[in-house]
Design a protein around this ligand. Structure first.
Ligand SMILES: *[C@@H]1O[C@H](CO)[C@@H](O)[C@H](O)[C@H]1NC(C)=O
Ligand SMILES: *[C@@H]1O[C@H](CO)[C@@H](O)[C@H](O)[C@H]1NC(C)=O
Ligand SMILES: *[C@@H]1O[C@H](CO)[C@@H](O)[C@H](O)[C@H]1NC(C)=O
Ligand SMILES: *[C@@H]1O[C@H](CO)[C@@H](O)[C@H](O)[C@H]1NC(C)=O
Ligand SMILES: *[C@@H]1O[C@H](CO)[C@@H](O)[C@H](O)[C@H]1NC(C)=O
Length: 263
């Protein structure tokens, strides 16, 4: 375990995410390039391209929202994964994947990289643990990213209370779902306003790791209040709330049963 931690610290040594807003108003929530040098960079890039093609084909052909791929030729192994949010269509998922790949092309000189948008998360690396070890996925010694909106709720006290309870419920429910995914809405009491929220841990993650990450999301998102939008990203887990709809109301997951016994 100590070895793993050292390895993970080495993979991404310098803090600081690059953040930007692109022209489609689609935010890069977090991005990082690995900084370890490789023995044979061109071969690594060739393998990386091959895993990207493989992932894209899986998203399209199998209509999945989570895919993994590896390319091991000539020893410069690349492992890669993509996770789209479950409210997306295949086309939307592939569009987010393509955007991710074009961002990640700048990571040409290191041993991997990751990027997260609102709609998906893509990571590749010369190390398989991040996608096949249910306990490593979540704790790669990275600082979580919090992004708040730029507008405050008109009734902060009520808003804070409602959103706090809402996010608390989502935090409890997400690790209990079969696919670690929740999308839900809640009315702001006394206001004609609905807040949308989603949370997701990547498939294959350990349930208690998902719970730990969700607890962190809940604690961290509090810092956005009474902002009408907040996003939390920590590698394999993601949570977001907004008073602007970002999925259809008919795509919500009923979490009532998952909360029984908690109240
Ligand atoms: C931006 O818009 C273009 C053209 O519609 C599209 O091809 C591209 O995938 C979009 N990027 C994102 C991040 O949605
Ligand atoms: C990898 O893919 C990028 C983007 O499609 C391309 O520009 C580059 O030439 C490819 N490199 C290799 C070694 O295949
Ligand atoms: C918040 O940001 C959006 C998008 O960048 C912008 O259109 C809007 O005017 C901003 N609102 C305020 C209150 O700054
Ligand atoms: C609530 O808001 C919706 C959408 O903004 C609007 O269509 C509806 O008329 C409003 N209802 C009331 C009771 O104000
Ligand atoms: C959900 O709502 C959207 C938009 O109103 C609609 O296009 C879609 O067909 C609905 N899906 C289902 C399963 O009802």
């Amino acid at each position: 375990m100590a070895f793993l931690v050292v390895l993970l610290v080495l993979l991404f040594t310098k803090p600081g995410f690059s953040q930007k807003t692109d022209s489609n108003n689609t935010n890069v929530i977090a991005m990082r390039c690995g900084r370890n040098e490789l023995v044979n960079q061109p071969n690594f890039i060739k393998n990386r391209n091959s895993t990207f093609r493989d992932l894209r084909a899986q998203l399209l052909d199998q209509r999945v929202l989570y895919a993994r791929a590896q390319a091991l030729s000539s020893g410069d192994s690349v492992f890669a994964a993509v996770q789209c949010r479950n409210y997306l269509s295949t086309d939307q998922c592939v569009a987010c994947f393509d955007e991710s790949v074009s961002e990640l092309l700048i990571c040409n000189s290191g041993n991997g990289g990751f990027v997260s948008f609102d709609n998906c998360y893509v990571r590749y690396e010369d190390y398989a643990g991040f996608y096949n070890d249910p306990y490593v996925m979540a704790d790669a010694d990275q600082t979580p990213t919090l992004t708040c909106g730029n507008e405050s709720a008109s009734q902060p006290t009520v808003f804070n209370q409602v959103i706090d309870a809402f996010l608390s419920d989502i935090t409890k429910a997400t690790p209990k779902t079969s696919n670690f995914y929740v999308a839900s809405t809640r009315q702001i009491t006394g206001e004609n306003k609905t807040v949308y929220a989603t949370a997701q841990c990547v498939e294959g993650m350990a349930q208690d790791s998902c719970q730990t990450c969700m607890n962190s999301a809940y604690d961290t998102l509090n810092d956005c209040f009474p902002n009408t939008q907040g996003r939390f990203f920590h590698l394999a887990c993601f949570a977001r709330y907004s008073d602007t709809p970002f999925f259809n109301v008919n795509q919500t997951i009923d979490i009532t049963n998952l909360l029984k016994g908690d109240r």
